[in-house]
Design a binder for this molecule. Structure first.
Ligand code: SAH
Length: 279
């Protein structure tokens, strides 16, 4: 379907939840083409309705846009999707590939992705902001917690940068299944353990670093619990929220034992780096 590009993030997010995947491609001036991959053709009407709902919430009549969903005839959508995913540079050191890992992508180290139902292809600004910070913060032999691991991408980056142990958790069992597969495909299984759950799943273990790419409400509700998961001097890389929400999250973190050390953004998306101090 074709939609106004100002709404592409919002509509892709709405269509992404519960679908097998959403592909975003520039279409023409002001227009973005979204391709949504669904488990069955009958569902198409529901997804069209969802997109129309976002448009009307912005006062745009849905009739003005081509919201048709064209079925992929042969059902080989996974292969098609994999074939269309271009290599995605991640941080300063990696490139995400949807196909068999190969060398020679501008000298970058490949991370192989198996597109599935989980978020985290490396295309999203928040994933990229986190990956860059993880690359800069992971020291050899350090221990990391990846909260909301999705496809496991950030846990793999941490392991490849030298972390000796990464605990990756996600409340979505589907994401954990995808992450396990992706970890195996990248031979990162030794350093990384994946569990279904959230911050409590650390079971008392503490870490040198936490990376969390989750919605803003998570940080506001869990600032204290995140601090407790870190050793003194440990670092939190937080993203998944908008620049507009940064002050509120920084305040929630500062109210516990965190000192906010750096802020970064890409488009409307923000990333915070905060260090746990002694209290
Ligand atoms: N880390 C990946 C994926 C981020 S998407 C990346 O950066 O690309 C956010 C993920 O967090 C989703 O997979 C979602 O299932 C998970 N999630 C949402 N709320 C959570 C919570 N409270 N605890 C743990 N995981 C959560």
């Amino acid at each position: 379907m074709r939609i106004p590009d100002a709404l592409d993030d919002e509509i892709a997010a709405v269509l992404g939840s519960g679908s097998l995947g959403v592909e975003v491609a520039a279409f023409g001036p002001g227009l973005t083409e979204l391709r949504v991959y669904l488990p069955s053709e009958q569902d198409a009407g529901v997804w069209r309705e969802r997109a129309a709902h976002v448009l009307s919430a912005h006062g745009i009549p849905a009739e003005a846009f081509a919201l048709a969903i064209d079925p992929v005839a042969d059902g080989r959508w996974v292969e098609r999707w994999q074939a269309t995913l271009a290599p995605i540079p991640l941080g300063g050191r990696f490139v995400v590939l949807a196909t068999e890992a190969a060398f020679g992508h501008g000298g970058r180290e490949p991370i192989r992705l198996i597109p599935g139902m989980a978020f985290g292809t490396g295309e999203h600004e928040t994933t990229r902001l986190c990956a860059t910070a993880v690359e800069q913060q992971v020291t050899s032999g350090s221990r990391w917690l990846d909260l909301g691991t999705g496809t496991g991408l950030l846990a793999i980056v941490a392991a490849k940068c030298g972390a000796s142990r990464v605990l990756a958790v996600d409340t979505d069992p589907e994401a954990v299944a995808v992450a396990s597969e992706v970890l195996a495909a990248n031979a990162a299984g030794d350093a990384v353990e994946v569990r279904v759950g959230s911050i409590d799943e650390r079971r008392g273990e503490t870490f040198d670093g936490v990376v969390a790419n989750i919605q803003s409400s998570f940080f506001i509700a869990n600032a204290g619990a995140i601090a407790a998961a870190l050793v003194n001097g440990g670092v939190l890389i937080a993203s998944g929220f908008l620049v507009d929400d940064v002050e509120e999250i920084a305040a929630a973190l500062s109210a516990t034992s965190f000192r906010v050390e750096a802020r970064a953004s890409e488009g409307p998306w923000a990333c915070l780096l905060a260090r746990r101090g002694a209290r």
